[in-house]
Design a protein around this ligand. Structure first.
Ligand code: ATP
Ligand code: MG
Length: 441
């Protein structure tokens, strides 16, 4: 394979030789491409959208590459904002749709702009502008470095991406060790694309990961949060999770979870997580909305549970709810050192945890109060998940499933009067049990 930076003639595939049709390109992306071209700039679609179009998938978003500078792009579009520090980009807005326009970037330090690397080889800033071919070589994977030229509708391939695409191979461009050190997040991207595209990693791309996994510790927790969303919320959480664990990356992101899993490989924490990930993937396939806090609640549950047990063993007076509060706080703050979780997700996640002991309180007014809790649905779905994986009592989960389907009188009949211990009366008018959800409705 060619070395980064050397210039070689690209392979150009004319319109008649490939399957990308303008019918499949968003009208907004076409508008941007044509406007740039009319103004005399080069303009190409690049990255995931070209890859996905060639594979017959619907692209998530459309990225444009051009030789126009960000300021020049802004001058062309009134609906445009410049963003980013590490990479300066132009965002062109069409209502809620954004087309990302990036200026070609170069590899060499003698280009214009700035390029800053840390001592360990990590790229801190990468605003060196360059040519189309330089832009191709600094991208991550060969299948992500294909360009669709709006000028003549041809495809441009500098790095052998088309052959790799046909062969189903994910190959990092250039020397893998160097490229992973420059940006360790590329390791996560390798796993994500391998899982999502069903591609196998080229051996040279795969081999260094186990050894370099620890470099992710140097990546900011907020960037890693963004990455984990893409890892687990894109419809391929199950294969992604398996690959992350196989390559020693999961443990860097979620050390507490990894050690809980490693302790009991076949136990319920693994079953529970696998189910939570399956549910998430299924919902995405069915185009139902998903929220990350449910999955995060599942990811950290076993560390929280173990911590809670340890706290209660150390202090007999500590109640379950209190122990859970403390354990949740401790596990979360430990986790935030690696991967951040914004408050809008961590608050509901902790609520799901602290509501769990309340499901055991089935007497008096408590069940109805719990039923009225704004987070009831998610907490109940979490209880189902726990029961299905053998960690919580299935009878308890069934009781709550039935309880919800009853009318007010029947509910009152089902709960025992507060304080009195008696035989629980079962309603004879039992309705069909509610279909189990998974907390992401
Ligand atoms: P997705 O379909 O998930 O959006 P994508 O390939 O478009 O996948 P993006 O994160 O949108 O991924 O990035 C767009 C393109 O930018 C990539 O295809 C790749 O060419 C380049 N790129 C993104 N991140 C990196 C990186 N860390 N190092 C090198 N190139 C990158
Ligand atoms: Mg993209």
């Amino acid at each position: 394979m060619q070395q980064v930076g050397t210039i070689e003639e690209p392979r150009i595939i004319p319109r008649s030789g490939h399957t990308i049709s303008r019918k499949h390109i968003s009208e907004h992306a076409l508008k941007v491409l044509y406007r740039l071209k009319k103004a005399g700039y080069q303009s190409y679609l690049v990255g995931g959208c070209v890859r996905d179009l060639l594979l017959g998938h619907e692209p998530k978003d459309f990225d444009v590459a051009t030789d126009a500078r960000p300021e020049e792009v802004r001058a062309l579009f009134s609906n445009c904002r410049l963003i980013g520090r590490r990479f300066r980009l132009a965002h062109v807005f069409f209502g809620r749709n954004i087309i990302e326009v990036a200026t070609f970037r170069g590899q060499s330090s003698d280009g214009e702009g700035e390029r800053t690397a840390a001592d360990d080889g990590r790229l801190l800033r990468d605003n060196v502008y360059g040519t189309l071919e330089e832009d191709a070589w600094r991208r991550d994977f060969t299948v992500n470095a294909l360009y669709y030229n709006i000028d003549d509708f041809s495809l441009v391939d500098y790095t052998g991406g088309l052959d790799d695409l046909r062969a189903g191979v994910l190959r990092l461009i250039g020397d893998p060790d160097t490229r992973y050190r420059e940006d360790p997040v590329r390791m996560l991207r390798a796993i994500r694309f391998a899982a999502r595209l069903g591609f196998r990693m080229h051996p040279d791309t795969e081999a260094p990961i186990a050894q370099l996994a620890g470099l992710l510790e140097g990546i900011s927790p907020s960037r890693l949060f963004d990455e984990t969303l893409k890892l687990f919320m894109s419809g391929y959480a199950v294969p992604t999770w398996e690959l992350l664990r196989q390559h020693g990356l999961f443990g860097v992101l979620y050390p507490q979870t990894e050690s809980a899993l490693a302790e009991e490989e076949a136990g319920f924490p693994r079953v529970m997580l696998a189910r939570a990930m399956e549910n998430t993937d299924l919902r995405i396939e069915q185009r139902k909305p998903v929220t990350p806090y449910f999955l995060y609640a599942a990811l950290l549950w076993e560390p929280v549970r173990l911590r809670m047990q340890a706290l209660m063993a150390a202090d007999e007076r500590l109640g379950e709810v209190m122990a859970l509060q403390i354990a949740g706080g401790e596990v979360l703050s430990e986790q935030l050192r690696r991967v951040s979780i914004p408050k809008r997700f961590s608050l509901p996640m902790r609520e799901i945890w602290t509501l769990q002991p309340r499901f055991a309180q089935r007497r008096g007014a408590r069940p109805l109060r719990l039923l009225g809790h704004p987070r009831f649905r998610a907490a109940y779905d979490f209880l189902l998940l726990r029961a299905e994986s053998g960690e919580a009592d299935p009878e308890l989960a069934e009781w709550w499933t039935r309880f919800q389907t009853l009318d007010a009188d029947e509910q009152r009949a089902l709960v025992q009067p507060a304080g009195k211990r008696g035989r629980r009366r079962r309603s004879r008018k039992r309705k069909a049990p509610a279909s189990g959800g998974d907390g992401q409705a």
